[in-house]
Write a protein that binds this ligand. Structure first.
Ligand SMILES: *[C@@H]1O[C@H](CO)[C@@H](O)[C@H](O)[C@H]1NC(C)=O
Ligand SMILES: *[C@@H]1O[C@H](CO)[C@@H](O)[C@H](O)[C@H]1NC(C)=O
Ligand SMILES: *[C@@H]1O[C@H](CO)[C@@H](O)[C@H](O)[C@H]1NC(C)=O
Ligand SMILES: *[C@@H]1O[C@H](CO)[C@@H](O)[C@H](O)[C@H]1NC(C)=O
Length: 650
């Protein structure tokens, strides 16, 4: 009875609300076309406005009202002249391709191929390798309207790059800075000032005579470790002693043992110490390379087109603006659908504490930063059904509240992400999670220089993903990877298909799933692993569960475990993170009971791990569970039982 009455009341209320708000809740459409005009009203497909900036302007001045507002993007290239800042919304706003048209939103500028010409300047020809004379073309950037090319900044490692320089794309394919050796490395031979100096010697077969006269020489390398790559500016080259001095002190320099014909020759102890030179006009010797003379504002490139020339049908783009689209916390319910976003110097999308944002069925490519970077506390942000490639980091997602373990309700689903570490390996993960409870499901992730999924935080669900060919250019890496924190609890990795992640470079091992430096408490279940060096490891942590997985054809071992906590290398850091977390509040006590009293329970021992009910088949006859270290076969450390080992037939 009471129910019936309340339903009736609700109905009446709903009708009243509808009649009051129907003016506002009617959808509105605003049309925008690269061939439109900002003097049009934009209210029909025949009178579209020209720029997205003008659309935002009309909305903020109340000239377009409705809920939702559909911003209908019409066919062609929408080149943004500055970051599209979405600062506030009154209702839902949907940016979408109009009627499935092909729409590219870019942060770039078209450089007409007709404006490129052969190099005639004799000083430039003198610097260029001979084979490049007839191939390299030049463009006067000033004449093409480009005056700000940005500055080269150190990229790679943990260095957050706030502003990235201009880059070049031809027919949607990225070019790279002129380099030597092509796509490879040479070794550091000695470090005269020691590991903490800036100087080193090398053997460059006499090429460094020309390096010494370069105006803005840079390097890119794995200076110390084979998982720690970054670029560095060169301060000085001495071609007589073959000594290079870097502008800044890297985090350590070591002698390298890299052999391009057999990168696996060296092991964990002999890693790092190799580099290449970049941004040198004298090394512009291959299709797909470019160089910008910042002093004279000239661009030189060797086209990466099939005929290695530029014709009128080739489309050259320069990335011009830093972030392409930024959404502030005051804007809610913003959705993007069915177009491509490209040629942003830094991030494609930057979301700051954003709520209710959906990115769906987009192609995001050719960014200098992440495709999507969700900063701070993002809630109900979804990245769905999108193709993401040739970026530097796919989706970075932070959000939720750790004290009360409030879910972010963020979702990353059904995406295809590949070649997501274009310039550097680390930290350009396909997916990078922080915060509480993001669901990562049904994604296809492959061909990363370093990891596929890197996670930090709590209660994330990583399921039904297909992940393969990760760690291609770096080591000490997992296709799915986390590390060094007892408090990242409640995470589950299930129903994934993880394969072909093998060590291809010097350094320490790579794994399908890597629980580095005492990471604790993940559940890894119902996954299918094959052709990885090691399918999963437990790096000295606690309370991890590995069960119900199918593990086929490991190259080294199916599962590898150790007790590295007993060396106490990370003890202080682990305790610091623990103390900084709310691990003794009621919510955490209930959710993560093992953590509550961990400090009184020999915390550096790998207690409480369980490995059971896995089905294992190894052609190579390697161990199902490999114990690295002595005295680890204890069931209170690693409770290994009921695994079904299928023996390969002879
Ligand atoms: C780089 O590529 C060019 C053109 O293919 C070739 O002539 C040169 O030998 C290569 N150099 C190295 C070190 O790879
Ligand atoms: C690995 O590095 C090589 C050479 O630097 C490069 O050609 C290749 O694209 C890189 N792999 C990935 C997945 O980025
Ligand atoms: C998110 O909000 C918090 C709290 O108001 C603030 O401290 C932080 O700077 C914001 N982050 C971003 C990226 O806007
Ligand atoms: C987010 O979307 C949900 C569901 O559409 C809605 O209930 C909620 O009010 C929205 N939140 C904000 C802050 O607009």
């Amino acid at each position: 009875m009471w129910r019936g009455t309340s339903t009736t009341v609700l109905r009446v209320l709903a009708v009243l609300l509808w009649s009051v708000t129907c003016v506002w809740s009617a959808p509105a459409h605003i049309y925008v076309s690269p061939t439109g005009s900002d003097t049009n009203d934009g209210l029909s497909a025949t009178h579209p406005v020209k720029t997205l900036q003008h659309v935002l302007d009309l909305m903020s001045r109340g000239r377009v009202q409705g809920d939702p507002v559909f911003v209908e993007l019409m066919q062609g290239k929408h080149d943004l002249s500055s970051t599209l800042y979405i600062q506030s919304t009154s209702g839902t706003v949907v940016f979408r391709a109009y009627q499935g048209q092909t729409v590219h939103v870019t942060g770039g500028r078209h450089l007409p191929s007709g404006q490129f010409h052969q190099v005639t300047d004799s000083t430039v020809l003198h610097k260029l390798p001979h084979a490049a004379h007839s191939k390299v073309v030049e463009l006067d950037l000033t004449a093409a309207g480009v005056t700000d090319t940005g500055q080269l900044v150190t990229y790679g490692r943990f260095i957050p790059v706030p502003v990235a320089p201009l880059e070049i794309y031809i027919n949607g394919n990225p070019l790279r800075l002129a380099e030597w050796p092509n796509r490879s490395f040479i070794n550091i031979k000695s470090v005269p000032d020691g590991a903490n100096g800036k100087r080193f010697t090398y053997d460059a077969a006499g090429r460094d005579v020309t390096w010494a006269s370069e105006t803005e020489p840079w390097t890119y390398g794995f200076w110390r470790k084979s998982y720690d790559d970054f670029s560095e500016a060169v301060a000085h080259v001495d071609p007589h002693t073959h000594t290079m001095t870097l502008r800044d002190r890297p985090t350590g320099l070591v002698v390298g043992h890299y052999d391009p014909s057999d990168p696996l020759k060296t092991t964990g102890l002999q890693q790092g110490g190799y580099f290449r030179v970049i941004n040198m006009l004298c090394e512009l010797d291959q299709p797909g390379e470019y160089y910008i003379d910042r002093k004279n504002n000239k661009l030189y490139l060797w086209p990466n087109t099939p005929h290695q020339t530029l014709t009128s049908s080739d489309v050259v783009y320069a990335s011009m603006i830093n972030e392409c689209i930024t959404i502030e916390s005051t804007a809610h319910n913003v959705h993007f659908e069915d177009f491509s976003l490209e040629a942003c110097r830094h991030h494609g999308f930057e979301l700051n504490n954003a709520t209710n944002v959906t990115i769906k069925n987009l192609e995001i490519k050719n960014t200098g930063g992440n495709a999507v970077h969700c900063n701070g506390d993002c809630r109900s942000v979804s990245v769905l059904s999108s193709d993401i490639h040739d970026v530097n980091g796919g989706v970075f997602m932070g959000g939720g509240e750790r004290t009360q373990l409030v879910s972010s309700q963020n979702v990353i689903r059904d995406n295809h992400i590949w070649q997501h570490a274009r310039l550097a390996a680390f930290p350009n993960h396909a997916i990078f999670l922080q915060g509480v409870h993001t669901t990562v499901s049904h994604n296809h992730l492959h061909h990363g220089q370093y990891t596929g999924i890197w996670w930090e935080g709590n209660d994330h669900v990583i399921e039904y993903n297909h992940i393969h060919h990760m760690c291609l250019n770096a080591t000490d890496c997992g296709a799915i990877h986390t590390l060094r924190d007892w408090t990242y609890r409640g995470n589950v990795i299930r129903y994934n298909h993880v394969h072909d992640t093998r060590r291809l470079m010097p350094g320490n091992g790579v794994r399908g799933i890597m629980l580095d430096d005492q990471y604790s408490s993940v559940v890894i279940e119902h996954n299918v692993f094959y052709n990885n060096d090691i399918h999963a490891n437990i790096g000295g942590g606690r309370d991890n569960v590995i069960r119900y997985n199918v593990m086929y054809n490991a190259r080294e071992w199916s599962v590898q475990v150790d007790a590295r906590g007993l060396e106490h290398k990370e003890a202080r850091r682990l305790r610091r993170e623990l103390e900084a977390s709310p691990y003794r509040n009621d919510v955490w006590k209930r959710r993560y009971p093992e953590l509550y009293d961990i400090l009184n329970d020999l915390p550096d021992e790998p207690k409480g791990n369980q490995i059971y009910n896995n089905v294992i088949y190894n052609k190579h006859g390697v161990d199902s569970v490999h114990y690295t270290g002595h005295g680890l076969r204890r069931s209170d450390y690693f409770n290994v039982h009921d695994n079904h080992r299928v023996c390969p037939s002879p």
